[in-house]
Design a protein around this ligand. Structure first.
Ligand SMILES: *Cc1c(COP(=O)(O)O)cnc(C)c1O
Length: 274
């Protein structure tokens, strides 16, 4: 998997992505919070070595969407010694029986995918049991494209879940809203409606709960659409293949890719996992 020249490739890709992030941020519409977007490098399916290379090139935020894989990387001895300041984002569907494993991980920075009151309560309890002096940062994942294959809460429940986290989960710090959105949206049709929906959700949350917009991040945008996402207000983009190259998934006996629907293709392999 590892080849000579890969370090330079990752370095070049990061320089290029960072520049695009800056340019997109400069094009943001007036009235949007002028926060520097955070670049989360999504390293799923890629070996620990590429994480270390990207870290050497200045990358600090990394995302994984499969608990087992994050566990392997976050506790990898080389990553622990070479990347003391690494910050992990969990961006996949979190199953209840994995919560304790996840919250125990070193350098867990944000859990981006809280999508129910039950999950929030369980994560809160687990985090409090750990006895950390800091709160765990969480985002609420909204299913903006209403596709059944995608996780996330239906938009009508967002305000209540955020309120619940803020009022009933003292171990958690609500930091923003996250969405994936439908794939392959044609920007020729105008702004991506899924991102617009997340923006409206933020307005609603801020208005109903009396929060300043600056206090609610928006995690949206991946390799194919991060520039647009930033232009319309994303503060956190999750970029995998543009930095690390295409992902290779296991093939089934028939030679077809094992993963069919988009959510699984994102790497959570949720069917096999259950
Ligand atoms: C895999 C993944 C990404 C990154 O996808 P790319 O298209 O490779 O940039 C972003 N967000 C989530 C939730 C993912 O699972």
């Amino acid at each position: 998997m590892w080849r000579a020249g890969m370090s330079e490739e990752i370095g070049r890709a990061l320089v290029c992505v960072r520049e695009k992030v800056q340019n997109a941020a400069a094009k943001r519409a007036q009235g949007l919070p002028a926060v520097q977007p955070r670049l989360v490098a999504v390293s799923k399916t890629k070996p620990a070595d590429v994480v270390i290379e990207a870290y050497k090139h200045g990358q600090r935020y990394f995302g994984e969407n499969y608990v087992q894989e994050l566990l392997e990387k976050a506790t990898n001895a080389n990553i622990l010694s070479s990347c003391p300041d690494i910050k992990w984002h969990f961006i996949g569907h979190l199953q209840k029986h994995h919560i304790n494993k996840l919250v125990a991980l070193p350098n867990l920075y944000i859990l981006e995918t809280v999508d129910s009151v039950k999950l929030a309560d369980k994560v809160n309890a687990s985090w409090q049991k750990k006895g950390s002096t800091e709160k765990l940062k969480v985002m609420v994942q909204v299913n903006t494209s209403s596709e059944e294959s995608k996780h996330g809460l239906s938009p009508s429940g967002t305000v209540d879940l955020v309120k619940h986290i803020k009022e009933k989960c003292p171990g958690l710090e609500f930091v923003g809203l996250m969405t994936i959105g439908s794939f392959g949206y044609d920007l020729g049709q105008g702004p991506n409606p899924d991102f617009q929906l997340l923006l409206r959700q933020r307005e609603e949350v801020c208005e109903k709960l009396g929060l300043p917009v600056e206090a609610v991040e928006l995690s949206m945008g991946m390799s194919s659409d991060f520039e647009h996402a930033i232009e319309v207000g994303s503060t956190n983009v999750r970029i995998g293949s543009t930095i690390f190259g295409e992902r290779v998934y296991a093939k089934s006996a028939k030679g077809e890719a094992n993963v069919t629907n988009t959510e699984e293709k994102l790497g959570s392999l949720s069917v096999q996992e259950q």
